[in-house]
Ligand binder design. Structure first.
Ligand code: ZN
Length: 259
């Protein structure tokens, strides 16, 4: 069986298989996020990071996949030798491949909804905004409401869509707020409940992913002047409207932050 060479703007089942193997939401549309994730994966696996899924990329991807529903021989596909790889590749049904490993998480990125102080918004609202922007789902993994409730957004095993260049290896959390009541200026509008819930969620995530760095969205803006520091003048936007270093300090005090 020949696997189709696929690239940006392609659609279909092969794109879905690729997206599942890259821990992306499998909407079957090869867009920017899929290209970005594929380039990163190729670079991590010694392949030319061209964002095109051709024979070499398929071979390497499938050598780390689990094939489900294929009878007694199902299981992890291993490619010990080129011959084995050929045999296995010839038998892999793309509709049933799954990644054998979980996502590697190196960053937990904090965001705000950039909505006015005192106004409530739901996961459904945010999902609607993100669908309008062409995303396949809500971009964040967790949302913290003004009353402190923590809601799940996108599945954490699926890459989010919340910070360009960082989505593959990160978890995105977002609190409702971040603008003053007039919706004019960025403002730290976190309620006491939101602050408590954010810390509780981060404590749990830091225990689950001890090597992950906790970062504010604006700290990950490109360092334009190349001095190694991302200064306020370089912030693309103010998200999440507060200094996330204060959270890192609190997490260190709680003994859960080592990064
Ligand atoms: Zn953000």
């Amino acid at each position: 069986m020949q696997y189709p060479t696929i690239r940006q703007s392609n659609r279909g089942d092969a794109v879905k298989a690729l997206q599942r193997l890259l821990h992306l939401k499998d909407d079957g549309i090869f867009g920017l996020l899929t290209t970005e994730a594929l380039k990163e994966w190729q670079a991590d696996h010694g392949l030319t990071p061209d964002g095109i899924c051709g024979p070499k990329t398929w071979e390497k991807l499938l050598s780390t996949a689990i094939v489900t529903g294929k009878g007694p021989d199902e299981g992890i596909v291993t490619s010990q030798s080129q011959d084995d790889a050929d045999v296995l590749l010839a038998n892999v049904d793309l509709s049933v491949v799954r990644p054998a490993t979980r996502r590697t998480i190196t960053e937990i990125i904090v965001h705000c909804t950039a909505t006015p102080d005192g106004k409530d918004f739901t996961v459904e609202d945010i999902k609607r905004w993100h669908l309008k922007r062409g995303f396949s789902d809500i971009g964040y993994h967790y949302v913290i409401y003004r009353d402190g409730c923590i809601l799940s957004g996108r599945n954490v095993n699926t890459a989010g869509a919340h910070c360009t260049g960082h989505n593959t290896h990160s978890i995105g959390i977002c609190y409702v707020g971040g603008m003053d009541a007039q919706n004019k200026q960025a403002a730290d509008t976190r309620t006491e409940e939101q602050h408590k819930s954010m810390l509780a969620l981060l404590r749990r995530l830091c225990k689950m992913y001890p090597r992950a760095k906790v970062m504010g969205h604006r700290e990950l803006s490109p360092d334009k002047d190349g001095d190694g520091l991302v200064e306020p003048s370089e912030w693309i936007k103010d998200c999440p409207s507060f200094e996330v270093s204060t959270l890192r300090t609190e997490l260190r005090k709680a003994g859960v932050y080592k990064a």
